[in-house]
Write a protein that binds this ligand. Structure first.
Ligand code: NAD
Ligand code: TDX
Length: 332
């Protein structure tokens, strides 16, 4: 049994990880989460009280962080401002949480000599052309496009520097786009599913040709557990499940499974600086750690995700109107 401190555990991927850990290991989990607009205690409802603790707090608060890091075996760092569109309108919280928050955590992990795993994104590598035969690898140069991805890139580089300069016992993973339950309705897939439920036509940025490399959140969780257990200190592992799809195809799939016409969507104003394509080569993770994704059927995964949003309206309904009002102001 290990004690895990999971930052951002009330968010989308963090909460899926907490459920996954409690179901598949005997670890104890403490979540540190500020409960911003993106955090939801309901995503952690019903977890076993003897194996799970929730602390509301800010990863930039050194006093709170120090005490929690001192009492854990492993820090798994998910907390972030995570939405590209928000970063284009108000970048400041991204600098605070993604840069200063990560700095605060690695200083505490260094002081108490704790194992640290940093969760990051493929967006740090910038984007690929649609016809580029190459995919991102651990050796691809950093080239982030947005305020969000540049702050994630900055946080990755801090972790790398703390490994080299101070011997921090850290690993990093950069994962592609996740889908599954508990994802905020501001994000692409839940936004379109809940739009259709509400009788609103899905909104596709620009032509919809942009490609994302989709992975189920549970596959991300199993990869992170494998890296914590067997990953080599100081290494970066890319996590992906060969799930490349363009946005238009994803919207059409959602419409099909929700009984709508394939063209029942609108094109809206494009995202400034919109990355064209992400694609992950996860050979290192598969060859070194023997990891394999289990959710290889995207069609079935989308059907399950639609069913989850249909069955859990109480979870997402409180966020929906304000999210759509914000998009409307931006013409999206
Ligand atoms: P999310 O926005 O759903 O959740 C973020 C969580 O962090 C929320 O619970 C929020 O309350 C918490 N948080 C924010 N600021 C905080 C602070 N200062 N102190 C403590 N808690 C704070 O994000 P997500 O989509 O679950 O992403 C989680 C992590 O995974 C992020 O680091 C993100 O960069 C990374 N990631 C996401 C994806 C994706 O597809 N969503 C893909 C690859 C990597
Ligand atoms: O309404 C929409 N219409 C649309 O066409 C929205 C919200 C998005 N899009 C497009 C933009 C992207 O090409 O869909 C794609 C996915 O958009 P997001 O869900 O905003 O994700 P993305 O910007 O790709 O970033 C996500 O994956 C990488 C996460 O939000 C990041 O945290 C993660 O690092």
């Amino acid at each position: 049994m290990q004690k895990l401190l999971v930052t951002g555990g009330a968010g989308f991927i963090g909460s899926n990880f907490v459920h996954y850990v409690l179901e598949n290991t005997d670890h104890h989990v403490t979540v540190l989460d500020k409960l911003t607009y993106a955090g939801n205690v309901e995503s952690l409802a019903g977890l076993p009280a003897d194996r799970f603790t929730l602390v509301q707090g800010d990863i930039c608060d050194a006093a709170v962080v120090d005490g929690l890091v001192a009492g854990t075996d492993v820090v798994v760092h998910y907390a972030a401002e995570s939405h590209n569109d928000n970063s284009l309108h108000d970048p400041r919280p991204f600098l605070d949480t993604n840069i200063i928050g990560t700095y605060t955590l690695i200083e505490a992990a260094r002081k108490h000599n704790k194992r640290f795993h940093h969760i990051s994104t493929d967006e740090v590598y910038g984007d690929l052309e649609l016809d580029d035969p190459e995919r991102f690898t651990e050796n691809t140069p950093y080239n982030p496009s947005s305020p969000y991805s540049s702050t994630k890139a900055g946080s990755d580089l801090l972790v790398r520097a703390w490994v080299r300069s101070f011997g921090l016992q850290a690993t990093i993973s950069n994962c592609s786009n996740n889908y599954g339950p508990y994802q905020h309705v501001e994000k692409f897939i839940p936004r379109q599913i809940t739009n259709v439920i509400d009788g609103i036509r899905p909104k596709l940025y620009g032509k919809g040709e942009n490609v994302r490399d989709w992975i189920h959140a549970n596959d991300h969780s199993s990869a992170v557990l494998a890296i914590i257990a067997k990953g080599r200190i100081g290494e970066t592992y890319l996590i992906g499940a060969d799930g490349e799809k363009n946005n238009k195809d994803v919207v059409e799939l959602i419409l099909k499974h929700m009984g709508q016409a394939p063209d029942a969507y609108d094109h809206v104003v494009d995202r400034p600086g919109h990355d064209m394509r992400y694609a992950i080569d996860s050979s290192k993770l598969r060859d070194e750690l023997g990891w394999e994704p289990k959710f290889s059927n995207f069609d079935a995964g989308i059907e399950d995700t639609i069913a989850w949003y249909r069955n859990n309206e109480d979870w997402w309904r409180p966020q929906k109107a304000a999210t759509e009002a914000k998009y409307k102001e931006q013409g999206q």
